[in-house]
Write a protein that binds this ligand. Structure first.
Ligand code: NAI
Ligand code: A1CAB
Length: 277
């Protein structure tokens, strides 16, 4: 598949690492990827064995003019880290940030010569089932094609045409996997409360979400039709949905949940506060 000649990734944590793993799985040559993360100093987390060059500091890199720079550090670290990366800025560079709440203007200020793109992936990228939204209004179409191909290696890609949409995307699909995982926890707890052993309740809840997700992925039907297919008139599902859906409680909760995440994304862009963990 199409790839950038050399890629430097700043931050080899959960999301940056998942993307790089996905790229390698999809056939991108690991020798073109250089990971920079101070946490790799003592333990390279198996990256060298995969053929990826690792270093604790970008000044140790064998490549001085990468074609792609992916920023995968916490948003709260950007101000401290970006100025130090200035030597990597050059005309042929594409900068791809995956950080929540880091604006395109902030990226473009730090990398004046490069083409900058703000993206929001999600962790299902680790199994090739992610979705990434991207925003980069001034990026030439050939760069857009290359970045799309790279991101499609780990799932679907949508480009958005206004930056506020990135805060909404973050609230829906960036954070969304956590809402679904919490639903597994809540469904398992509910099964336990109804008398099931904990491990049985968790197995049922987990496979129900996995199975429903796979059905959704493989079916041409809408989510509404798939829901209706489960719901026998006067049956158990109708009784359950009368609480979950007909009361509007889940819609209200999902609205409040995504609003809180959206507001946090906006606040991260505006504030320089410290991480909570
Ligand atoms: N975890 C998720 O589901 C998603 C995360 N993101 C974004 O991805 C970014 C990273 O998040 P996670 O991977 O979850 O965090 P993480 O904490 O797992 O990874 C961050 C990595 O950055 C490293 N790091 C710290 N200082 C550094 C420096 N000066 N140079 C290079 N690396 C440095 C840390 O050692 C750590 O390995 C964040 O900006 C987040 O908003 C975006 C979409 C989804
Ligand atoms: O929680 C966060 O801030 C990041 C962005 C979306 C998912 N994880």
């Amino acid at each position: 598949m199409a790839a950038f000649e050399s890629t430097v990734v700043i931050g080899a944590g959960k999301m940056g690492g998942a993307l790089v793993d996905g790229w390698i799985t999809q056939g991108i040559d690991p020798a073109t990827i250089h990971l920079v993360d101070p946490a790799l100093a003592g333990d390279d987390r198996g990256w060298s064995a995969k053929g990826v060059a690792c270093s604790a500091d970008f000044t140790d890199l064998a490549v001085s003019q990468p074609s792609l720079l992916m920023l995968a550090i916490k948003p709260q670290m950007m101000d401290a880290v970006l100025p130090g990366l200035a030597p990597l800025d050059h005309d042929g560079l594409t900068v791809l940030s995956i950080a929540a709440g880091t604006t395109l203007a902030a990226l473009q200020t730090a990398f004046a010569k490069a083409r900058c793109i703000r993206t929001m992936p999600n962790t299902p990228a680790a199994v090739g089932a992610g979705i990434t939204a991207a925003y980069g209004p001034d990026v030439p179409s050939d760069v857009k094609v290359g970045v799309t191909a790279l991101l499609e290696a780990v799932g679907q890609v949508v480009w958005v045409d206004n930056e506020q949409a990135m805060d909404a995307v973050t609230a829906v699909s960036g954070s969304g996997p956590a809402y679904v995982f919490h639903m597994v926890e809540a469904l398992a707890d509910a099964g336990e409360a109804l008398g099931l052993p904990a491990d049985t309740a968790m197995a049922l809840a987990r496979q129900t979400i996995v199975g429903a997700g796979q059905l959704l992925a493989q079916s041409d039907e809408t989510a509404a039709t798939l829901r209706t297919n489960v719901t026998s008139p006067g049956g158990t599902t109708a009784a359950g949905l009368s609480v979950l859906r007909d009361s509007g409680k889940l819609s209200d909760l999902m609205g409040a949940t995504t609003r809180a995440a959206f507001d946090r994304s906006v606040a991260l862009a505006a504030s320089k506060d410290v991480p909570k963990s």
